[in-house]
Design a protein around this ligand. Structure first.
Ligand SMILES: Cc1cc2nc3c(=O)[nH]c(=O)nc-3n(C[C@H](O)[C@H](O)[C@H](O)COP(=O)(O)O)c2cc1C
Length: 191
């Protein structure tokens, strides 16, 4: 099973880098597998720590893919790292094992501390739709335009029926990213 999380890693200057990652739990360890190139990968290999933030604020997923990198943070408890203030829960991780790969390095982490902050309030379909569109936006350069259009058409149903303000805002950021990507491509075609 893959769980969609926000990973905060440490930049060389001690500041936080925030990025969505789908993680797996295997034999008591957390597996994070970044494709190269990745700032998170560089940070995780250098600092050997990470924070796994579990949040239902999907603006963080959409925002970190669309240039909105500043989210309220506080210091982690047991490791040198940063926790998203609006996380429902977080886990503090230390690097245990690395499997280097030219395409997708595998990093296994041990959980050294975990904390719950807010209760889970229930599934929301618009949150799932934002996560799906965020994944598509992170792969825009790889996917055919027609596939993206048909996915957006389907996901829009959940947005229209079930979104709150946060989901609506996140959706708009991602749709803007799709439009900007297409405008750039059209520009290239006419250049
Ligand atoms: C829900 C979600 C899950 C993602 N999971 C992964 C992942 O497992 N591995 C990966 O390389 N990128 C993943 N991405 C894309 C990265 O978040 C994105 O490429 C990000 O910019 C990471 O690059 P960075 O470390 O340079 O910031 C995911 C994106 C989303 C929206």
């Amino acid at each position: 099973m893959i769980l969609e999380t926000i990973v905060t890693s440490l930049n060389a200057d001690g500041s936080a880098h925030i990025a969505p990652f789908g993680i797996r739990e295997q034999e008591g360890l957390v597996l994070i597998a970044p494709f190269r190139p990745s700032t998170s990968l560089d940070n995780l290999l250098r600092a050997k720590t990470a924070v796994l933030n579990l949040t239902d604020d999907v603006r963080v997923f959409a925002g970190s893919l669309t240039g909105r990198h500043h989210w309220p943070l506080r210091k982690a408890t047991q490791i040198n790292g940063w926790v998203l203030q609006n996380a429902l829960a977080h886990r503090e991780l230390e690097l245990e094992k690395v499997e280097e790969d030219e395409v997708r390095t595998k990093l296994w982490f041990r959980v050294v501390h975990e904390q719950n902050h807010q209760p889970f309030r229930g599934f929301n379909r618009a949150q799932a739709a934002v996560i799906e569109l965020a994944v598509l936006v992170s792969r825009l350069h790889l996917l055919p335009a027609a596939k993206i259009d048909s996915e957006i058409q389907y996901l829009t149903i959940a947005i229209e029926k079930t979104a709150g303000e946060r989901e609506q805002e996140a959706w708009e950021w991602l749709m803007e990213a799709v439009e900007n990507f297409r405008a750039e491509q059209d520009g290239d075609n006419f250049a």
